[in-house]
Design a protein around this ligand. Structure first.
Ligand code: EPS
Length: 391
């Protein structure tokens, strides 16, 4: 069973991720993980911190001489801002020293975890909540996702690509979705789209939101090519691949909607136009369309898996929304924290990581293997049997 956990606060010493259940023998180069972390920092509209903070990573377990060992992979990503925050964020008991003491954060920001978190965890300073709720945590997810991704590529030839389909009011042409090898071209765009007209409109929308002290949300799409038939299962709700993918992508901070394939558009289509016909061509079963987004009955059907996710506008606003100061009970403006105008381009990279983790989990459920070689043998045996279906 593949499992993962992250820990760490946004302005603490580091964030860390642990991935347990990865077979041995998967080739991982730490610089490859670093490259994925660098991709997460891409994107027009990020705040100042992205410019001055480097993601310094240390693999402290589960990797030996460039290969996974089968032990838990543990990755630490240091926060280079830590020296500045050490006095505030120290784990030692006692008060924050006066010289480091910023005012307590008592004016919760609508849309953040602040208020519900303060009530639930019974704390008077929102720092306890917001430091962990911060999207900084997604750096650890991306690091673990890089390991899962290597397993998918080496074991199955699965490739993942994501792109931004909407950013605020600007929308990319759906016909310009990236193919399997288009990742670098998408990353070359400051807003991670292949549609240059939409790119200009997205950048203009970000500039205008920044000027107005506002923020923007959007929509990203992840496409997984090369997924074999048979990941996930119809037999139990918690084994359905679509449910597990949706849960994992929805768990990314600020994601409010997830769709598979034609998704919400299916609501307006008749049954005759909503599904994908089955045809036999040259002895193979083929699907001329992919409205199902590669998953039927909770099982991958061999078509590309397509997942879209909607990210809400970042709720830290330079022009804050109305709130209440919980220290005084008085109406107030929400507290001001540094913020990004948008993180939609980065959300695509994080979503790729979550999809990689869930696909790796489903692949290991199906094929098992304590070493990559064993997983590959199991896959080969299964594929040899599959060839008989449809003959
Ligand atoms: C974040 C606020 C900003 C972002 C941060 C997430 O941090 P700061 O308040 O230090 O400027 O830069 O994102 C990251 C550090 C990251 O690596 O993604 C928030 O409140 O969620």
């Amino acid at each position: 069973m593949l499992r993962w956990l992250t820990a760490g606060e946004s302005h603490g010493p580091a964030v860390l991720g642990v991935l347990e259940g990865m077979p041995g023998g998967v080739e991982i180069v730490p610089s490859g993980i670093a490259a994925e972390l660098a991709r997460r920092r891409l994107g027009y509209g990020r705040g100042a911190r992205m410019a001055f903070e480097a993601d310094r990573l240390d693999v402290i377990g589960g990797l030996w001489r460039g290969l996974t060992t089968g032990g838990p992979v543990a990755i630490v990503i240091a926060n280079s801002e830590w020296p500045k925050w050490q006095a505030v964020m120290s784990a030692e008991p006692g008060e924050v020293p006066d010289e480091a003491r910023a005012a307590a954060l008592t004016r919760p920001r609508p849309g953040h975890a602040d208020l519900a978190g303060m009530m639930k965890y019974d704390v008077t300073d929102a720092r306890v909540i917001l430091e962990r709720a911060s999207a900084r945590e997604t750096a650890a997810r991306v690091a673990l996702g890089a390991v899962a991704r290597a397993f998918l590529v080496e074991g199955f030839g699965i490739s993942l690509v994501s792109h931004v389909t909407k950013l605020g009011p600007a929308e990319a042409d759906p016909k310009m979705a990236p193919g399997p090898g288009d990742g670098p071209r998408v990353d070359a765009s400051p807003v991670r789209t292949l549609d240059q007209t939409a790119e200009a409109a997205m950048i203009a929308a970000i500039d205008s939101a920044r000027q107005q002290g506002d923020s923007l949300g959007g929509e990203i799409e992840v496409i997984a090519h090369g997924v074999p038939v048979g990941l996930g299962s119809h037999v139990q709700g918690d084994r359905r691949l679509d449910g597990n993918l949706a849960g994992a992508v929805m768990s990314i901070p600020a994601i409010k909607a997830v769709e598979i394939g034609a998704g919400r558009r299916l609501a307006g289509l008749p049954g005759s136009g909503a599904h994908d016909a089955i045809e036999r061509r040259d002895g193979c079963l083929v699907r001329p369309t992919n409205r199902a987004g590669g998953i039927e009955g909770g099982i991958s059907n061999g078509q590309p898996i397509i997942i879209r996710a909607t990210m809400k506008p970042i709720p830290s606003l330079v022009r804050p929304l109305p709130s209440v100061d919980l220290a005084t009970g008085q109406a107030s403006q929400a507290m001001l924290q540094r913020s990004d105008v948008t993180a939609v381009p980065a959300a695509g990279v994080v979503a790729e990581a979550m999809v990689a983790l869930v696909l790796a989990q489903a692949a290991l459920d199906k094929f098992g293997g304590d070493s990559l070689a064993e997983t590959r043998r199991n896959l080969a045996g299964y594929l040899a049997g599959l060839a008989r279906v449809g003959q």
